[in-house]
Design a protein. Sequence first.
Lengths: 331, 286, 419
Amino acid sequence: MKSQHIKVVIVVVALAAIAIIVPNTNSFVILLTTRALAFSILVMSLDILLGYTGLPSLGQAAYLGVGAYLTAILATRYQFGLGYDFWLVVVLGILFAAALAAIFGLLAIRATGVYFLMITLALGQCAWGLAYRWNSLTGGDNGINLRARPKFGIDLANEVTFFYLVFFLFAVSLLLMYTLVRSPFGRSLAGIRERELRMKILGYNTWLHKYIAFIIAGGFGGLAGVLWAHTAGIVSPENVVLTTSVDALLMAVLGGAGTLVGGVIGAFIVFGLREYLSTLVPWWQYALGAVYVLTILYLPTGLMGIPERLRQRRAATGNREDVKKMAPVTS
Amino acid sequence: MNTQFWLTQAFNGISYGALLFLVGSGLSLIFGVMRIVNLSHGSYFLLGGYVALSVIWTTGSWLLAIPVAALTIALVGVAMERVFLRPLGFDPLRQVLLTVGFAFLFQQAALDIWTGNNFDINPPDALTKSIVVGGLYLPLYRIFMIGTALVIGVVLWLAMEKTRMGAAVRATVDDAQMARGVGIDTSRISMLIFALGAFLAALGGVIGGAFLGIYPGLDFEMLPIAFAVVIIGGMGSLGGAAIGALVVGLADNFGKALFPEVSYFTLYAPMALILAVKPTGLFGRE
Amino acid sequence: MTITLLRRLGPPLLGGVVALGLTLPSNAAEELRIGYVAPTTGIFAQVGKDMVDGFQSYLDEVNSDFGGAKVKFIVEDEQAKPDTAVTRAKKLILQDKVHMLVGGLLASSGYALAPVSTADKTVYVVPVSAADDLTQRDLAKYPYMVRTGWSSSQPSHPFGQWACDQGYKKIVAIGADYAFGYEVIGGFQRAFEACGGQIIQKIWPPIGTKDFGPYIPTIRQDADAIFTLMVGPMSLQFPKQLAASGNKKPVIGGGTSYDEFVLPSMGDEVIGHVSALQYSAALETPRNEAFVKKYRAKYGKVPSYYSETNYTTAQMIHEVIKNNKGNFPGAEEFVKQVAALKLDTLRGPVTIDEMRNPVQNIYIKKVEKKKMFGYDKEELWNTVIKTYPNVSQFGQFNKDEFLKTPVYSRDFPPCKFCN
């Protein structure tokens, strides 16, 4: 329990540090951090599925897309969401994405493991096809341009103000998801991840649990989408493309699946490499690929798992010392 | 829509299916034996095409390019399996992610080595013509693709059904633990199958390259298509891959021709629906 | 004591001297920072490279000296994703403090960068992005934007007239299913039907289609010709598959279907195909010949229009800066002056219309296999067979009536003759 408290303290301190330091850096860093935070919400939503329920999804980008396109369409077609009604758009984004997850979930939840991977991939591609093809609604490949950021007492066009808004919503999401995974519901999800059969025998309706988790993850994906639309000011089918879902998955694994915060760390590293390193050296793609490969090979529990592995190694060497002392020497 | 239309479309669908079989059979085998979903399969396809281009540029021989490209990529597959996948042990999710990581590396490497220009593999002139049968124009290259797929299919089937190695592979697919129990070296089988899968993918890339072109991005474009085949046909089943390829080829072709409005969904919607009903695919084994 | 004092005062004193030195007007040239956004990685990396190489070729010719100003050319990778383009543009503006943004490949990138230019009051010069509405119905939103390339439907308008002149009456159009496709074909349809022609069928293969098997047999047999708009790998495969299906009808198409970016990889099946664009590498002017030879010697390939348009854009920027004696005249003034330019460029004479899009020659070009410019091999070239001078983005149509109609889309102009 104590280590858990320590972890919480560290996270809080880190968040506070970000909140204080970042606004004092230059505008570009603020913009990058804002983007990373918004995308982190998506990665964390994926982690609920991947890390806590054991469902690897390759289609989370679809929910980001729903949130983003909804925001864009409401803003440009109906002039809606640019004032205090922004908060209404946030709620709608979450609901619509959750609704899509409810529909997709009916098709997907029966599958597990790699089959789940495949079906979520297929569904994600359907979402992409829809974004591309439904020209009259989504603007097709031109995308939709959001002309301005909302103003409600505060002007979100100001990068620092917007940063605080995204940070706030990110922190709220993190808190909500943390509460969820530590709740009895969250614990049953972990149980399903470990041994679904046993959970079923114990009388849990595992299908329903997974389905609800899927919907919740979709909802948070929608929130990420609403924020994402406003960070760049443009929404296009590129947001729903397969590589976006793959990105989220890799970030979650890089940071450490099943830790929530791991996904955030993964997101920051990837964004940092992609946006920052790419301006310095041309071989940054190799660096990124190498980071993925090395993490998957040598850090299966991701970066967040490093302290635990160090502890285990220390314990193991300790045991080995004792064993050496005890074992008879044979020749 | 006269008979000519239907016949041409059917022929086109079958020839597309032939190409898909080349792409999907390797993926299906790899999954059947190793339970790995190889997300760098598309990369093997593309790299096969690129290597073939290099061979053609240096030697001028298209015929030589086919085996050289396929074998080179098979070696790459072996290296990847031995050095990177084997140490992970049985961990499907991590293996999948590893193959994705490699897909990105391959993509960047291909760009650096061959540039990003759009290339075309040019088969010998003889194959670029069309024969006319009863008023129907049948491009010889499409016939060639169908022929190749048939030959490969038959050879694979014979190998699987009639040889000891094939029996060992089938045993491993059915029950790896049991197979090990009777003394089959499943580790070697895994390596062999992965190499074979890469070989088939690269072969698909060389043969398909003349038909689809060779360009950056083709790797990730082929990937969902290969999956559609394997999923519809069933993972781990060669016969299933053949049927899946045929079904996808025909459905995609007729879907686009008759209902062009839903062109983007003719591939993925059936895939999602089949998976929803039977998660292991039509002929899959689990 | 004195030593300690000196040591204490030293750094600030030195700093002060340095600062003074920096703020004094120096004899060094003023720096012109140009921020360039192009996809340098990902599937469009080669196009991005051609774009950058084109711009760089011009810089090399003038030694990066624009009328006294030293050009600092900063290239950022947009990966052909609009939101990445926005992030990079912001970096260029906020961090690198560029005087202007140039570039963007796809229509979506153009639509992503244009609002950034408005929000941050920075010049945005568009050499490639051809989305019609950027300089038509959406122009008012982007006061700091000026286009130096083309609009998608610009070459199609005279081309439609040309098609009528050839005696074609019924044409089937088949093009990539996205905005660029709609605009190129839409412009052609408007012009062709205005002079008596009929578009009798429109087929839209999804972007990335490689197997045209489903579509080719559905092409109506009563057509006189086929108009195609293909991009990238589609341009390579479609003519091959069309020829293999036994097609005997003449094939004409949009400029990108046969542009020099894809032409080297094409085979004899495209000989005789006609297309329209504001540039052809086979333009027989001494200026172009020199450019093609130099470019090919340096980069190993014949320049495509991606390279030419960036070369010309650099030339236009140079002209304006030169007229301002090496100084950047501020965003509004710069845009005004670019819009007032009259230049002789690689693609011929270029002026800019009042909606900030170029008015230029449109070349009708036919693919031929021959030797050109003294090269000893027979290769495929886009021979210019007719020139339409002074073509604006509205072509032969009245601007106000044009703008009253909607932008070209899948359903506009409506296919009246498709039954």
